[in-house]
Design a protein around this ligand. Structure first.
Ligand SMILES: [Fe+2]
Length: 400
Protein backbone atom coordinates (compact mmCIF):
# COMPACT_ATOMS: atom_id res chain seq x y z
CA UNK A 1 0.00 0.00 0.00
CA UNK A 2 1.38 3.37 -0.93
CA UNK A 3 2.49 5.47 2.01
CA UNK A 4 0.44 8.38 0.75
CA UNK A 5 -2.70 6.51 1.78
CA UNK A 6 -1.68 6.62 5.43
CA UNK A 7 -2.74 9.46 7.71
CA UNK A 8 0.02 11.73 8.93
CA UNK A 9 -0.22 10.42 12.46
CA UNK A 10 -1.12 13.87 13.78
CA UNK A 11 -3.63 12.36 16.18
CA UNK A 12 -1.73 9.17 16.84
CA UNK A 13 -3.95 7.00 14.69
CA UNK A 14 -2.87 3.48 13.77
CA UNK A 15 -4.63 2.19 10.69
CA UNK A 16 -2.48 -0.88 10.23
CA UNK A 17 -5.29 -3.41 10.02
CA UNK A 18 -7.58 -1.19 8.01
CA UNK A 19 -4.74 -0.41 5.63
CA UNK A 20 -4.04 -4.09 5.15
CA UNK A 21 -7.70 -4.72 4.49
CA UNK A 22 -7.71 -1.81 2.07
CA UNK A 23 -4.65 -3.15 0.27
CA UNK A 24 -6.41 -6.46 -0.17
CA UNK A 25 -9.53 -4.71 -1.39
CA UNK A 26 -7.97 -2.30 -3.89
CA UNK A 27 -8.33 -3.68 -7.41
CA UNK A 28 -5.38 -3.41 -9.77
CA UNK A 29 -5.38 -0.49 -12.20
CA UNK A 30 -7.81 -0.97 -15.10
CA UNK A 31 -5.04 -1.48 -17.66
CA UNK A 32 -3.38 -4.22 -15.61
CA UNK A 33 -6.73 -5.83 -14.89
CA UNK A 34 -7.65 -5.86 -18.56
CA UNK A 35 -4.31 -7.37 -19.44
CA UNK A 36 -4.81 -10.09 -16.88
CA UNK A 37 -8.27 -10.81 -18.15
CA UNK A 38 -7.03 -10.85 -21.72
CA UNK A 39 -4.26 -13.20 -20.74
CA UNK A 40 -6.61 -15.58 -18.99
CA UNK A 41 -9.01 -15.36 -21.90
CA UNK A 42 -6.30 -16.34 -24.34
CA UNK A 43 -5.61 -12.77 -25.46
CA UNK A 44 -8.97 -11.83 -26.86
CA UNK A 45 -12.41 -13.04 -27.66
CA UNK A 46 -12.24 -16.39 -29.47
CA UNK A 47 -12.05 -16.03 -33.20
CA UNK A 48 -14.00 -18.00 -35.71
CA UNK A 49 -12.28 -21.21 -36.73
CA UNK A 50 -12.08 -24.49 -34.94
CA UNK A 51 -12.46 -22.94 -31.53
CA UNK A 52 -9.23 -24.66 -30.44
CA UNK A 53 -6.89 -21.76 -31.10
CA UNK A 54 -5.09 -23.36 -34.03
CA UNK A 55 -2.57 -21.46 -36.13
CA UNK A 56 -3.41 -20.28 -39.66
CA UNK A 57 -2.69 -22.91 -42.30
CA UNK A 58 -2.49 -25.63 -39.65
CA UNK A 59 -4.62 -28.78 -39.84
CA UNK A 60 -7.93 -27.50 -38.49
CA UNK A 61 -9.76 -30.79 -38.24
CA UNK A 62 -8.65 -34.26 -37.40
CA UNK A 63 -10.84 -37.27 -38.04
CA UNK A 64 -10.38 -40.53 -36.16
CA UNK A 65 -11.17 -43.56 -38.28
CA UNK A 66 -11.47 -47.05 -36.85
CA UNK A 67 -11.69 -50.22 -38.88
CA UNK A 68 -9.98 -53.53 -38.24
CA UNK A 69 -9.25 -53.81 -41.98
CA UNK A 70 -6.29 -51.65 -42.88
CA UNK A 71 -7.42 -51.48 -46.51
CA UNK A 72 -10.73 -49.91 -45.47
CA UNK A 73 -8.86 -47.40 -43.33
CA UNK A 74 -6.66 -46.52 -46.27
CA UNK A 75 -9.61 -45.98 -48.60
CA UNK A 76 -11.50 -43.97 -45.99
CA UNK A 77 -8.42 -41.90 -45.18
CA UNK A 78 -7.88 -41.17 -48.86
CA UNK A 79 -11.43 -39.94 -49.22
CA UNK A 80 -11.24 -37.78 -46.09
CA UNK A 81 -7.90 -36.30 -47.09
CA UNK A 82 -9.63 -34.53 -49.97
CA UNK A 83 -11.49 -32.36 -47.46
CA UNK A 84 -9.61 -29.05 -47.06
CA UNK A 85 -7.68 -28.61 -43.81
CA UNK A 86 -8.52 -32.08 -42.64
CA UNK A 87 -6.23 -34.77 -41.27
CA UNK A 88 -6.76 -38.43 -40.43
CA UNK A 89 -5.71 -40.61 -37.51
CA UNK A 90 -6.42 -44.27 -38.25
CA UNK A 91 -6.77 -47.18 -35.83
CA UNK A 92 -7.38 -50.87 -36.34
CA UNK A 93 -7.87 -51.63 -32.62
CA UNK A 94 -10.77 -50.04 -30.68
CA UNK A 95 -8.80 -50.10 -27.41
CA UNK A 96 -6.02 -47.95 -28.89
CA UNK A 97 -8.56 -45.56 -30.31
CA UNK A 98 -10.25 -45.25 -26.91
CA UNK A 99 -6.91 -44.56 -25.22
CA UNK A 100 -6.24 -41.75 -27.67
CA UNK A 101 -9.67 -40.22 -27.16
CA UNK A 102 -9.32 -40.53 -23.40
CA UNK A 103 -6.01 -38.65 -23.48
CA UNK A 104 -7.51 -35.73 -25.45
CA UNK A 105 -11.27 -35.97 -25.91
CA UNK A 106 -11.44 -32.67 -27.76
CA UNK A 107 -8.77 -33.57 -30.28
CA UNK A 108 -11.00 -34.99 -33.00
CA UNK A 109 -13.60 -33.12 -34.99
CA UNK A 110 -15.32 -36.32 -36.05
CA UNK A 111 -15.03 -40.09 -35.62
CA UNK A 112 -15.81 -42.74 -38.24
CA UNK A 113 -16.03 -46.31 -36.96
CA UNK A 114 -16.85 -49.65 -38.40
CA UNK A 115 -19.45 -51.77 -36.66
CA UNK A 116 -18.09 -55.26 -37.03
CA UNK A 117 -14.71 -55.55 -35.33
CA UNK A 118 -13.13 -58.41 -33.37
CA UNK A 119 -13.20 -58.01 -29.58
CA UNK A 120 -15.28 -54.85 -29.42
CA UNK A 121 -17.98 -53.86 -31.89
CA UNK A 122 -18.60 -50.29 -32.99
CA UNK A 123 -21.51 -49.76 -30.60
CA UNK A 124 -19.50 -50.75 -27.52
CA UNK A 125 -16.69 -48.53 -28.75
CA UNK A 126 -19.00 -45.54 -29.06
CA UNK A 127 -20.62 -46.21 -25.70
CA UNK A 128 -17.21 -46.19 -23.99
CA UNK A 129 -15.99 -43.15 -25.88
CA UNK A 130 -19.10 -41.16 -24.96
CA UNK A 131 -18.24 -41.69 -21.28
CA UNK A 132 -15.23 -39.39 -21.62
CA UNK A 133 -15.70 -35.76 -20.67
CA UNK A 134 -15.71 -33.40 -23.64
CA UNK A 135 -16.51 -36.19 -26.06
CA UNK A 136 -20.27 -36.21 -25.63
CA UNK A 137 -20.89 -33.90 -28.58
CA UNK A 138 -18.26 -35.03 -31.07
CA UNK A 139 -19.98 -36.41 -34.20
CA UNK A 140 -19.58 -40.16 -34.66
CA UNK A 141 -20.37 -41.87 -37.95
CA UNK A 142 -20.86 -45.62 -38.04
CA UNK A 143 -20.23 -47.60 -41.19
CA UNK A 144 -22.78 -50.36 -41.44
CA UNK A 145 -25.33 -51.99 -43.69
CA UNK A 146 -28.70 -50.32 -44.21
CA UNK A 147 -30.50 -53.59 -43.58
CA UNK A 148 -29.23 -53.83 -39.99
CA UNK A 149 -32.11 -51.82 -38.49
CA UNK A 150 -31.84 -53.23 -34.96
CA UNK A 151 -28.16 -52.43 -34.86
CA UNK A 152 -28.78 -48.92 -36.13
CA UNK A 153 -31.30 -48.26 -33.36
CA UNK A 154 -28.92 -49.59 -30.74
CA UNK A 155 -26.13 -47.50 -32.21
CA UNK A 156 -28.24 -44.34 -32.04
CA UNK A 157 -28.96 -45.02 -28.38
CA UNK A 158 -25.22 -45.49 -27.76
CA UNK A 159 -24.50 -42.04 -29.21
CA UNK A 160 -23.86 -42.55 -32.91
CA UNK A 161 -24.63 -39.41 -34.87
CA UNK A 162 -24.93 -40.69 -38.43
CA UNK A 163 -24.46 -43.77 -40.62
CA UNK A 164 -22.76 -44.55 -43.87
CA UNK A 165 -23.45 -47.62 -45.92
CA UNK A 166 -20.96 -50.17 -47.05
CA UNK A 167 -19.41 -50.07 -49.52
CA UNK A 168 -18.89 -46.37 -48.89
CA UNK A 169 -18.82 -43.75 -51.55
CA UNK A 170 -15.96 -41.24 -51.52
CA UNK A 171 -18.13 -38.29 -52.54
CA UNK A 172 -20.67 -39.13 -49.87
CA UNK A 173 -17.92 -39.36 -47.25
CA UNK A 174 -16.55 -36.01 -48.26
CA UNK A 175 -19.94 -34.28 -48.22
CA UNK A 176 -21.15 -35.88 -45.01
CA UNK A 177 -17.95 -35.28 -43.03
CA UNK A 178 -17.67 -31.73 -44.29
CA UNK A 179 -21.10 -31.02 -42.83
CA UNK A 180 -20.40 -32.79 -39.56
CA UNK A 181 -17.03 -31.07 -39.11
CA UNK A 182 -18.62 -27.68 -39.76
CA UNK A 183 -21.30 -28.49 -37.20
CA UNK A 184 -18.70 -29.53 -34.64
CA UNK A 185 -16.59 -26.45 -35.27
CA UNK A 186 -19.61 -24.22 -34.73
CA UNK A 187 -20.26 -26.00 -31.44
CA UNK A 188 -16.64 -25.56 -30.37
CA UNK A 189 -16.72 -21.87 -31.20
CA UNK A 190 -19.90 -21.41 -29.22
CA UNK A 191 -18.42 -23.37 -26.33
CA UNK A 192 -15.26 -21.27 -26.32
CA UNK A 193 -17.26 -18.07 -26.57
CA UNK A 194 -19.40 -19.10 -23.61
CA UNK A 195 -16.32 -19.91 -21.55
CA UNK A 196 -14.74 -16.60 -22.53
CA UNK A 197 -17.87 -14.70 -21.57
CA UNK A 198 -18.01 -16.52 -18.23
CA UNK A 199 -14.40 -15.50 -17.53
CA UNK A 200 -15.16 -11.90 -18.51
CA UNK A 201 -18.20 -11.78 -16.23
CA UNK A 202 -16.25 -13.31 -13.34
CA UNK A 203 -13.42 -10.82 -13.78
CA UNK A 204 -15.81 -7.87 -13.98
CA UNK A 205 -17.71 -9.08 -10.92
CA UNK A 206 -14.47 -9.47 -8.97
CA UNK A 207 -13.46 -5.93 -9.92
CA UNK A 208 -16.80 -4.52 -8.80
CA UNK A 209 -16.67 -6.40 -5.52
CA UNK A 210 -13.12 -5.25 -4.84
CA UNK A 211 -14.04 -1.63 -5.50
CA UNK A 212 -17.13 -1.93 -3.33
CA UNK A 213 -14.97 -3.33 -0.55
CA UNK A 214 -12.46 -0.55 -0.94
CA UNK A 215 -15.15 2.15 -0.75
CA UNK A 216 -16.69 0.57 2.35
CA UNK A 217 -13.32 0.43 4.11
CA UNK A 218 -12.56 4.02 3.19
CA UNK A 219 -15.95 5.10 4.57
CA UNK A 220 -15.29 3.21 7.78
CA UNK A 221 -11.90 4.86 8.06
CA UNK A 222 -13.46 8.30 7.66
CA UNK A 223 -15.90 7.60 10.48
CA UNK A 224 -13.28 6.14 12.78
CA UNK A 225 -10.96 9.08 12.23
CA UNK A 226 -13.34 11.18 14.31
CA UNK A 227 -14.08 8.66 17.01
CA UNK A 228 -11.32 6.73 18.69
CA UNK A 229 -7.65 7.39 19.14
CA UNK A 230 -6.61 3.80 18.58
CA UNK A 231 -7.76 3.43 15.00
CA UNK A 232 -8.15 -0.32 15.30
CA UNK A 233 -11.60 -0.53 16.90
CA UNK A 234 -13.45 -1.08 13.61
CA UNK A 235 -10.98 -3.71 12.41
CA UNK A 236 -11.11 -5.61 15.70
CA UNK A 237 -14.92 -5.47 15.85
CA UNK A 238 -15.37 -6.66 12.27
CA UNK A 239 -12.95 -9.54 12.83
CA UNK A 240 -14.79 -10.61 15.98
CA UNK A 241 -18.15 -10.20 14.24
CA UNK A 242 -17.09 -12.66 11.55
CA UNK A 243 -15.84 -15.12 14.16
CA UNK A 244 -19.17 -14.99 16.00
CA UNK A 245 -21.14 -15.40 12.77
CA UNK A 246 -19.02 -18.40 11.79
CA UNK A 247 -19.48 -19.92 15.23
CA UNK A 248 -23.23 -19.51 14.81
CA UNK A 249 -22.98 -21.57 11.61
CA UNK A 250 -23.97 -18.76 9.28
CA UNK A 251 -23.39 -19.07 5.54
CA UNK A 252 -19.70 -18.44 4.73
CA UNK A 253 -20.58 -15.78 2.19
CA UNK A 254 -22.73 -13.98 4.73
CA UNK A 255 -19.94 -14.23 7.30
CA UNK A 256 -17.60 -12.46 4.91
CA UNK A 257 -20.26 -9.89 4.09
CA UNK A 258 -21.06 -9.05 7.73
CA UNK A 259 -17.35 -8.70 8.45
CA UNK A 260 -17.20 -5.96 5.85
CA UNK A 261 -20.60 -4.41 6.57
CA UNK A 262 -19.90 -4.17 10.31
CA UNK A 263 -17.01 -1.80 9.65
CA UNK A 264 -19.66 0.87 9.08
CA UNK A 265 -21.70 0.24 12.22
CA UNK A 266 -20.82 3.64 13.71
CA UNK A 267 -20.73 5.63 10.45
CA UNK A 268 -23.52 7.82 11.89
CA UNK A 269 -21.07 9.28 14.41
CA UNK A 270 -19.90 11.67 11.73
CA UNK A 271 -22.99 13.69 12.71
CA UNK A 272 -21.96 13.97 16.38
CA UNK A 273 -19.99 17.13 17.31
CA UNK A 274 -16.40 16.58 18.45
CA UNK A 275 -17.17 18.36 21.71
CA UNK A 276 -19.59 15.56 22.52
CA UNK A 277 -17.95 12.62 20.81
CA UNK A 278 -14.55 13.21 22.37
CA UNK A 279 -15.71 14.69 25.67
CA UNK A 280 -13.50 13.28 28.46
CA UNK A 281 -16.14 13.68 31.20
CA UNK A 282 -19.67 12.39 31.70
CA UNK A 283 -22.28 13.32 29.10
CA UNK A 284 -25.34 15.42 29.84
CA UNK A 285 -28.75 13.96 28.88
CA UNK A 286 -28.83 16.17 25.78
CA UNK A 287 -25.32 15.14 24.80
CA UNK A 288 -26.17 11.51 25.33
CA UNK A 289 -29.19 11.94 23.08
CA UNK A 290 -26.90 13.31 20.37
CA UNK A 291 -24.76 10.18 20.68
CA UNK A 292 -27.80 7.91 20.48
CA UNK A 293 -28.85 9.51 17.20
CA UNK A 294 -25.82 8.03 15.44
CA UNK A 295 -27.87 4.87 14.77
CA UNK A 296 -30.53 6.73 12.82
CA UNK A 297 -27.98 8.93 11.09
CA UNK A 298 -25.94 5.91 10.07
CA UNK A 299 -29.03 4.24 8.68
CA UNK A 300 -29.91 7.41 6.75
CA UNK A 301 -26.45 7.43 5.19
CA UNK A 302 -26.58 3.79 4.15
CA UNK A 303 -30.23 3.00 3.41
CA UNK A 304 -31.58 2.46 -0.10
CA UNK A 305 -28.37 1.07 -1.58
CA UNK A 306 -28.47 -1.57 -4.31
CA UNK A 307 -25.39 -3.15 -2.72
CA UNK A 308 -26.04 -6.13 -0.47
CA UNK A 309 -23.12 -5.13 1.73
CA UNK A 310 -24.38 -1.58 2.20
CA UNK A 311 -27.92 -2.84 2.83
CA UNK A 312 -26.56 -5.07 5.58
CA UNK A 313 -24.49 -2.18 6.91
CA UNK A 314 -27.67 -0.06 7.14
CA UNK A 315 -29.39 -2.85 9.08
CA UNK A 316 -26.45 -3.02 11.47
CA UNK A 317 -26.23 0.74 11.89
CA UNK A 318 -29.85 1.02 13.03
CA UNK A 319 -29.87 -2.10 15.23
CA UNK A 320 -26.53 -2.56 16.95
CA UNK A 321 -27.60 -0.73 20.14
CA UNK A 322 -30.87 -2.61 20.57
CA UNK A 323 -31.00 -4.87 23.63
CA UNK A 324 -32.31 -8.42 23.77
CA UNK A 325 -34.73 -7.41 26.56
CA UNK A 326 -36.11 -4.43 24.62
CA UNK A 327 -34.31 -1.75 26.64
CA UNK A 328 -31.97 -0.64 23.91
CA UNK A 329 -32.30 2.09 21.30
CA UNK A 330 -33.42 3.57 18.97
CA UNK A 331 -36.59 1.47 18.62
CA UNK A 332 -36.61 -0.69 21.74
CA UNK A 333 -36.77 -3.90 19.72
CA UNK A 334 -36.53 -7.14 21.66
CA UNK A 335 -35.41 -10.69 20.97
CA UNK A 336 -35.69 -11.87 17.42
CA UNK A 337 -37.19 -8.52 16.39
CA UNK A 338 -33.58 -7.35 16.34
CA UNK A 339 -31.81 -8.44 13.14
CA UNK A 340 -29.21 -11.14 13.74
CA UNK A 341 -26.58 -8.83 12.28
CA UNK A 342 -27.31 -6.21 14.94
CA UNK A 343 -27.29 -8.81 17.72
CA UNK A 344 -23.88 -10.10 16.63
CA UNK A 345 -22.33 -6.66 16.25
CA UNK A 346 -23.70 -5.62 19.66
CA UNK A 347 -21.61 -8.27 21.40
CA UNK A 348 -18.43 -7.56 19.46
CA UNK A 349 -18.81 -3.77 19.68
CA UNK A 350 -19.38 -3.69 23.43
CA UNK A 351 -16.59 -6.17 24.13
CA UNK A 352 -14.08 -4.11 22.19
CA UNK A 353 -15.37 -0.81 23.57
CA UNK A 354 -15.01 -2.10 27.14
CA UNK A 355 -11.43 -3.21 26.58
CA UNK A 356 -10.39 -0.01 24.78
CA UNK A 357 -9.09 3.22 26.27
CA UNK A 358 -11.31 6.18 25.44
CA UNK A 359 -10.98 9.91 26.20
CA UNK A 360 -13.42 9.47 29.06
CA UNK A 361 -12.28 6.10 30.49
CA UNK A 362 -9.56 3.51 30.80
CA UNK A 363 -10.08 0.17 29.10
CA UNK A 364 -11.22 -2.82 31.14
CA UNK A 365 -9.20 -6.00 31.32
CA UNK A 366 -10.38 -8.66 28.89
CA UNK A 367 -11.48 -10.96 31.70
CA UNK A 368 -13.63 -8.16 33.13
CA UNK A 369 -15.14 -7.54 29.70
CA UNK A 370 -15.84 -11.25 29.15
CA UNK A 371 -17.55 -11.41 32.54
CA UNK A 372 -19.69 -8.42 31.59
CA UNK A 373 -20.72 -9.99 28.28
CA UNK A 374 -21.60 -13.26 30.02
CA UNK A 375 -23.56 -11.42 32.72
CA UNK A 376 -25.59 -9.55 30.11
CA UNK A 377 -26.59 -12.64 28.11
CA UNK A 378 -30.37 -12.67 27.96
CA UNK A 379 -30.75 -9.01 28.94
CA UNK A 380 -28.51 -6.84 26.79
CA UNK A 381 -27.30 -9.56 24.42
CA UNK A 382 -28.72 -12.51 22.51
CA UNK A 383 -27.66 -15.56 24.59
CA UNK A 384 -26.80 -17.51 21.42
CA UNK A 385 -24.51 -14.73 20.21
CA UNK A 386 -22.82 -14.63 23.63
CA UNK A 387 -22.34 -18.40 23.51
CA UNK A 388 -20.87 -18.10 20.01
CA UNK A 389 -18.60 -15.31 21.21
CA UNK A 390 -17.33 -17.47 24.05
CA UNK A 391 -16.77 -20.44 21.73
CA UNK A 392 -14.65 -18.39 19.37
CA UNK A 393 -12.87 -16.51 22.12
CA UNK A 394 -12.07 -19.33 24.59
CA UNK A 395 -8.79 -17.77 25.62
CA UNK A 396 -10.05 -14.32 26.38
CA UNK A 397 -9.71 -14.80 30.11
CA UNK A 398 -6.24 -16.34 29.78
CA UNK A 399 -5.10 -13.38 27.66
CA UNK A 400 -6.41 -10.84 30.16
FE1 LIG B 1 -22.66 2.51 17.89
Amino acid sequence: MANSLRPDGQRGFNYGRLDRALAAACPPPPAACSAEVADRAGGSEPEAGTGRGTEPNAVLNEVLILDDAELNNALMGQAISTIPNCGVCAFTEPERALETIRDDPGRFGCVVTDYEMPGMNGIDFVRKARAFDDFQHVPVVMVTSFDQRRIRREALEAGVTDFMAKPFDALEIRARLTNLLALNNARRIEQDRSAWLAREVAAATATIEAREREIVIRLARAAEYRDTDTGDHVARVSSLVRAIAESLGCDPGWCRMIELASTMHDIGKVSVPDAVLLKPGPLSPDEYELIRRHCQHGYSILEGSSSDVVQLAAEIAISHHEHWDGRGYPHGLRGDEIPLSGRIVAVADVFDALTSDRPYKRGWSKSEAVDYIKAKAGTQFDPLCVAAFLVREPNQQQRA
